[in-house]
Design a binder for this molecule. Structure first.
Ligand code: ADP
Length: 492
């Protein structure tokens, strides 16, 4: 008979990979430089990681170019590519405990989140795209005249992939999945805050049978390694997830070569609660919508619009839940919220909390640092927020919720859309017609109705407006990694 056992605190993971992964080899940076990666829960150095720069990126692009132009990956039977990707997912799954611990150590997220959320989603994404590998095909097109016209979908080439630190393993799967299925080769730069799990995944990819040179990983900093990827003429396409400011730099730098670009950027997503909603569910949705991943989500429901009729009672629930949220050691299985990823993020968030107070919003709960070591911040709720305040307009990327009151539908839609962002939105109501109307009128790439943060490998995700362009996940997520070639054959 099975007996229930309390989840145990995982052991500190071993650090195996700290070098660059280029052409199937683990190598130091040519400069010999390394950088520290920090445990955000303790501020201690976890490991020194090789610091790649332009010279290393050049070597990585050379390896990826050769693997694309001459290697087996784009040429092998597509089904075999899929099989290797399935094997990679199996190898990741076999190490799920160790990987979750490594993710928690480097990023600060609760180990239970990594184990039950991030990594299962990454597995799903890799397997979803593994299934696509042999289903990427063109069309036959009836054109005028006596011709046979068809299209082929061909890999775009070498993909440069620059990812952020908030979901390191998931981001790898979102980027590698479609690129590998399409037959592309890859030069990836993980974020300088969280290089460790990406390097571990590269080792597993090699073990799974991904040929040398197909996946190259160059940890390092944005203005050096990242910029070198963007500018390198051997890279055909850049996929970037991160801040809008960096995306603007990338777009300018990629302009000379007219590189293909996809961007997944920030948000200031409205999460809208009508008075007729299931308020228990909506309160959970408001809570998860803002606090998931320490608030470090591009789609965080950071503007909570509450209908005036229920405003007081609903805010009370949200505040009460915020107070009960367990903040602490990411390795404790009971922890719900770990530290912010680094000092820069911590300082930025504390600055927004100060600005909210200064501008006259009411800090209903939270607002302070937790402890004196590590980058922990209390779950924070601001009420009496006005649309023009910085905390209602700018992306905070932390556990800080701004509550706004509304009474009229048209006014609500106008205010919800009055932002340069357009990544996601939530709406809570029992009125089906209203739910669909709001879903239609919101200018956002994803609208969740009576739910929030429901992601699926098959459902496209990406931004309207300055939240980015191109889509990741789903069939649409393959498009940026494919060129369409039209072949026209005279039958005369
Ligand atoms: P965040 O503020 O979330 O750290 P960034 O946009 O600064 O977002 O970083 C996201 C990723 O982009 C990281 O891997 C970072 O190193 C990289 N990056 C930063 N600046 C540049 C740049 N100029 N060119 C290319 N990549 C960059």
């Amino acid at each position: 008979m099975a007996t229930a056992t309390a989840p145990v605190k995982p052991a500190r993971p071993q650090i195996h990979q700290t070098q660059l992964f280029i052409g199937g080899q683990w190598v130091p940076a040519m400069s010999g430089k390394t950088f520290d990666t920090i445990n955000p829960a303790t501020e201690e150095v976890i490991a020194q990681v090789a610091e790649g720069d332009a010279a290393d990126v050049d070597a990585a692009v050379h390896a990826a170019r050769q693997a694309f132009d001459e290697g087996p990956w784009p040429r092998m039977d597509a089904r075999e590519r899929g099989r290797i990707m399935f094997r990679l997912a199996d190898l990741i799954e076999a190490e799920i405990g160790e990987l979750a611990a490594l993710e928690a150590l480097d990023n600060g997220k609760p180990v239970s989140d990594a184990r039950t959320g991030d990594i299962p989603f990454a597995l799903d994404t890799l397997r979803y795209y593994a299934g696509w590998a042999d289903k990427i095909h063109g069309q036959t097109i009836p054109i005028n005249g006596n011709y046979f016209c068809y299209t082929r979908r061909e890999p775009v080439g070498v993909a440069g992939q620059v990812i952020p630190w908030n979901f390191p393993i998931s981001m790898v799967s979102w980027k590698w999945g479609p690129a590998l299925a399409a037959g592309c080769t890859i030069v990836m730069k993980p974020a300088e805050q969280t290089p460790l799990t990406c390097l571990r995944l590269a080792r597993l990819a090699q073990k799974a049978g991904v040929p040398d040179g197909v996946i190259n990983v160059v940890p390092g900093f944005g203005p050096t390694a990242g910029a070198a990827i963007v500018k390198h003429p051997g890279i055909d396409k850049v996929a970037f997830t991160g801040s809008g400011e960096t995306a603007q730099i990338i777009m300018r730098q990629a302009a000379d070569q007219l590189k293909r670009l996809t961007f997944e950027l920030g948000g200031k997503s409205p999460n809208i609660v009508f008075a007729d909603a299931d308020l228990d569910a909506a309160a959970v949705g408001a809570h998860v919508g803002i606090y998931l991943n320490q608030g470090q989500c591009c789609c965080a429901g950071s503007r909570l619009f509450v209908e005036d009729k229920i405003h007081g009672q609903f805010v009370e629930r949200v505040v009460e839940m915020s107070r009960k949220r367990k903040v602490g050691d990411p390795f404790d299985p009971a922890t719900e919220q770990g530290p912010q990823v680094d000092k820069a993020q911590f300082d930025k968030i504390m600055g927004y909390i100060e600005s909210g107070k200064r501008e006259g919003a009411t800090c209903a709960t939270g607002g302070k640092r937790v402890g004196d070591r590590g980058f922990f911040i209390e779950p924070t709720v601001f009420t009496n927020v006005k649309d023009e305040m910085a905390i209602a307009r700018e992306e905070i990327f932390g556990p800080v919720l701004s509550v706004l009151k509304f009474s009229d539908m048209d006014e609500l839609i106008r205010r919800a859309n009055a932002t340069n962002f357009g990544l996601a939105a939530g709406v809570w109501t029992r009125d089906v017609a209203r739910a669909h109307e709001v879903a239609k009128r919101l200018r956002a790439g994803t609208v969740w109705v009576n739910c929030y943060d429901v992601f699926d490998a098959a459902a496209p995700f990406g931004g309207f407006k300055q939240s980015g362009f191109g889509r990741e996940l789903g069939e649409r997520g393959l498009d940026p990694y494919l060129e369409t070639k039209t072949v026209t054959v005279s039958l005369k």
